[in-house]
Write a protein that binds this ligand. Structure first.
Ligand SMILES: Cc1cc2nc3c(=O)[nH]c(=O)nc-3n(C[C@H](O)[C@H](O)[C@H](O)COP(=O)(O)OP(=O)(O)OC[C@H]3O[C@@H](n4cnc5c(N)ncnc54)[C@H](O)[C@@H]3O)c2cc1C
Length: 512
């Protein structure tokens, strides 16, 4: 595979080969698999993976039985551990790779992470152990003329680096020790047959052996490529995406290990891969001498930009020195990457399909995390107590129909409304000057700087209140009236009405 990209993506080739051929091939395989997402969207019909029980072949032998069958062992591992250890539900978790390992690490504040103690399954001491570094502060800065450029400092936002594998390993140990949980690695979800009183899930292991498992409900936590989400949402499970690539590396000449760089742009819109995208960097110190840098952009699913991770990796290696200088000791430990999905709900409540009878989606498969901060891990942490208690109650009452299950969701009207702000981060050549995103965001930073600290905290922690958002919006419009014209051009009539519907839904929401 590596040789295939030698000519087309020479910088990716050269940098990946430094990881050793086996590691490089492995990462490239994962990247290419994610990049097939775009081809999947082109299909007229997604493959049907949720099927009526009548279609289960007659000669099938159903082997194991459990209360809940999970497919996907990243965020799924956290949920499954609580159901097994906290609620004593019999769970079986399958993953086509190794469950409880992740291709990325996570940032979150200590206060948010410690909310996991509310599940009664994780202790403060255990959670402290998974934090590999905490920074003094963080900042956000957009590329504007130097005399007007505002570097906005924010404390207690994304300031803890969490070793994802450590946290998931902790959850996995709890699940296995509970006496109620089992894990099958290298086992792929193929399809799910839905009966009135149960589901039968068809799986395939590494050797090609097909098995059938009966459960009361099936929990899909298969991430952005979830075939279930594709089917339920008729091949459009996301409206926007944030393709993200980066590395965990050592040896930058100018990395500050006490500060998180939450958002940083170093240039105006980039036109090298379509009609234009606003590239944004992030830099976070990790354990020891490690430093994580990400490059990403916000975009609509149907834009004409090249959104492939491979293409973005080439841009990352081409532009990296404009953000952080590689010193003579620079070495890459591993690449980090993913397509982070978002959904823009056109209505006063959740519009995305996240459930069917006896089937429920969580994590990126459900795509209910913030479309602005894209903190899917943070969303799961915040919602885990409610998502586990809700499912336990549904099992106890045997209320496992679509309507019942879809009420067990991480949908938060304040978070969903952030999709309207996210659209301003998506550069659009039809309505925007090349400096549009940077200028507007610089104004937002200036406004946030004049407001009490809780405003910036709320915005970057997905905890914004309606009155706080209105204050920020009005102040930005007052300082920068050009945004009103752009709003009309960017969102159009439909988008503006949708924005108002979101705000109305938020205003009447009991969780406001
Ligand atoms: C580079 C990057 C950095 C990020 N940083 C942060 C951060 O700092 N803070 C934060 O809050 N969020 C962050 N996020 C977002 C967060 O990582 C995701 O929201 C989260 O990982 C989603 O988890 P998931 O379990 O839903 O999906 P995934 O992480 O994609 O996991 C899906 C799992 O399902 C398995 N699977 C897939 N298909 C099948 C199948 N057919 N059968 C069986 N198993 C299957 C996979 O092997 C995988 O283990 C980041 C994302 C990226 C890409």
């Amino acid at each position: 595979m590596l040789e295939q990209i030698r000519e087309t993506h020479p910088l990716v080739y050269r940098n990946f080969i430094s990881l050793g051929r086996e590691n490089a091939e492995h990462s490239l395989g994962r990247i290419m698999e994610l990049d097939r997402y775009w081809a999947q969207l082109e299909r007229r019909e997604p493959p049907a993976v949720l099927l009526s029980g009548d279609l289960l072949p007659q000669d099938v032998t159903v082997g194991e039985e459990c209360d809940l069958l999970y497919a996907g062992g990243t965020l799924g591992m956290l949920h499954a551990a609580v159901m097994a250890e906290g609620y004593h539900r019999d769970v079986l978790l399958i993953d086509r790779g190794v469950a409880g390992t992740s291709t990325r690490d996570w940032n979150i504040s200590r206060e948010e992470l410690l909310r996991l103690t509310q599940t009664g399954v994780f202790s403060v001491g255990e959670l402290e152990q998974v934090i590999v570094r905490q920074y003094n502060t963080g900042w956000v800065e957009f590329f504007a003329e130097e005399s007007r450029r505002k570097r906005l400092y924010i404390d207690h936002v994304l300031d803890c680096a969490v070793d994802a594998d450590k946290l998931l390993g902790l959850a996995k140990r709890k699940l296995l020790a509970s006496g109620h949980g089992r894990v099958l690695d290298h086992t792929t979800f193929r399809r799910c047959y839905v009966f009135p009183d149960s589901v039968v899930v068809e799986t395939e292991d590494e050797s090609g052996k097909v098995s059938y498992i009966r459960a009361q409900a099936f929990v899909d936590v298969m991430g952005v490529l979830s075939p279930v989400a594709m089917q339920l949402n008729r091949n459009r499970p996301h409206t926007h995406v944030c393709p993200t690539v980066g590395t965990i590396a050592s040896g930058f000449a100018d990395a500050d290990y006490d500060t998180g760089e939450i958002l940083a742009s170093t240039e105006h819109a980039d036109f090298s891969a379509g009609s234009g995208r606003q590239l944004i960097w992030e830099g976070f110190p990790a354990k020891g001498t490690e430093y994580i840098t990400y490059l990403f952009f916000y975009d609509a699913v149907d834009s004409d930009n090249d959104k492939s991770l491979l293409g973005l990796f080439e841009a990352y290696f081409r532009k990296l020195d404009t953000y952080k200088r590689r010193g003579p000791e620079f070495v890459i430990h591993r690449p980090v990457f993913g397509i982070i999905p978002a959904y823009d709900h056109d209505g006063t409540g959740r519009q995305k399909e996240i459930a069917a009878d006896r089937v429920l989606l969580f994590g990126d498969a459900a795509t209910l995390g913030s479309p602005l901060t894209f903190c899917g891990f943070g969303s799961m942490v915040r919602n885990l107590p409610k998502l586990t208690a809700g499912l336990d109650e549904a099992l106890s009452r045997n209320t496992l129909g679509k309507r019942d299950l879809e009420s067990i969701s991480a949908y938060e009207p304040n978070v969903a409304s952030m999709s309207n702000l996210m659209k301003y981060m998506c550069y659009d050549a039809r309505s925007d000057e090349p400096d549009f995103v940077n200028e507007l965001m610089n104004e937002v930073m200036i406004v946030l700087d004049t407001l009490p600290h809780r405003y910036r905290l709320a915005m970057f922690r997905d905890e914004m209140k309606l009155e706080e958002l209105m204050t920020v919006l009005l102040k930005v419009a007052w300082r920068y009236p050009a945004v009103l014209k752009s709003t009309w051009q960017k969102l159009g009539a439909g988008g503006t009405v949708s924005f108002l519907k979101n705000l109305a839904g938020w205003a009447i929401s009991p969780t406001r």
